[in-house]
Write a protein that binds this ligand. Structure first.
Ligand SMILES: Nc1ncnc2c1ncn2[C@@H]1O[C@H](COP(=O)(O)OP(=O)(O)OP(=O)(O)O)[C@@H](O)[C@H]1O
Ligand SMILES: [Mg+2]
Length: 262
């Protein structure tokens, strides 16, 4: 397989004839951890939906793990998705199922394994995120941080080549958010995963990003290393990164959110 796990060329994405995003050129290579940042409603989740074929592009080409997503039948798309993990914004655990049953879902859906093997795999995945003692709990019995970790275990249940995470630390206190960042970095190293992570949090970006992609005004306005992002003269990037120096973070609210609210 090519080293380019995700390639978007001239992509427009949206829900009506008027695209939310247009002219998107984005490549994610094996081993990278790319962060997508940008204001609320700018199209970050839309970009992830396009990347995994949940939303067809209005224009352009999307290749996921080397395969063009256009004209794929449901079976091929499913096979491709089984090599890709998606941690939805908000986690999206099924509330009527236990933690273990939630994590078992993608395994039973994509892999034909005897029940004993599924159970073992689920235990392993939950151990990786530190939830081995909570496998029989319902999502409603977990804390916010535990729910995120359970959703993460489900997203990586099939050892995906590419893991997409939509705001993994949103809504968590700074300490829990930092431990989730640490977990992502550990998992990435242990499982040699490539990650595309949407986040608002400057502290997360600084802790985990190799590369930063900033979305604004219906497109990608910056794509470069974390160092380049810190040195960028582009107003939208500069404002985002300089905010912290003038105003130390006191709570889990992101600098960009504060900036946008002014
Ligand atoms: N299912 C949908 N149907 C119609 N419009 C949608 C749908 N989902 C998102 N949109 C619109 O697309 C735009 C981008 O939404 P998106 O969810 O991608 O933003 P986002 O950058 O992820 O925001 P946030 O940081 O708040 O999660 C918004 O204007 C939103 O109203
Ligand atoms: Mg979103």
């Amino acid at each position: 397989m090519s080293d380019q796990l995700l390639e978007m060329e001239g992509v427009a994405l949206g829900y009506t004839a008027e695209p939310v995003l247009r002219g998107i050129d984005l490549v994610v290579r094996r081993g990278e951890l790319v962060v997508i940042a940008g204001g609320s409603g700018c199209g970050k989740s839309t970009l992830l939906k396009g990347a995994v074929g949940l939303l067809q592009p209005l224009e352009g080409t999307i290749r996921l793990l080397g395969t063009d997503l256009a004209n794929l039948d449901e079976e091929d798309l499913n096979r491709l998705r089984s090599h890709t993990g998606l941690l939805f914004q908000g986690g999206a655990l099924l509330n009527s199922l236990t933690v273990a049953e939630n994590v078992a879902l993608p395994i039973s859906q994509h892999a034909r394994l005897p029940p004993g093997a599924v159970k073992l795999l689920v235990r392993m995945k939950l151990a990786q995120v530190g939830l081995e003692a909570d496998l029989d709990k319902l999502p409603s019995e977990l804390s916010g941080g535990m729910r995120k970790r359970a959703a993460l275990a489900r997203a990586m249940a099939l050892d995906p080549d590419l893991l997409l995470c939509d705001e993994p630390s949103a809504g968590l206190d700074p300490v829990t958010a930092a431990s989730l960042d640490r977990l992502l970095l550990d998992l990435r190293q242990a499982m040699s995963m490539t990650l595309l992570v949407v986040t608002h949090e400057l502290s997360s970006i600084e802790a985990i990003a190799d590369r930063v992609v900033m979305v604004a005004d219906g497109g990608i306005v910056f794509d470069g290393s974390l160092d380049e992002a810190r040195r960028s003269e582009l107003p939208v990037v500069k404002d985002f990164f300089e905010r912290r120096a003038s105003e130390p973070s006191t709570a889990g609210r992101s600098m960009l959110e504060r900036f946008l609210q002014q």
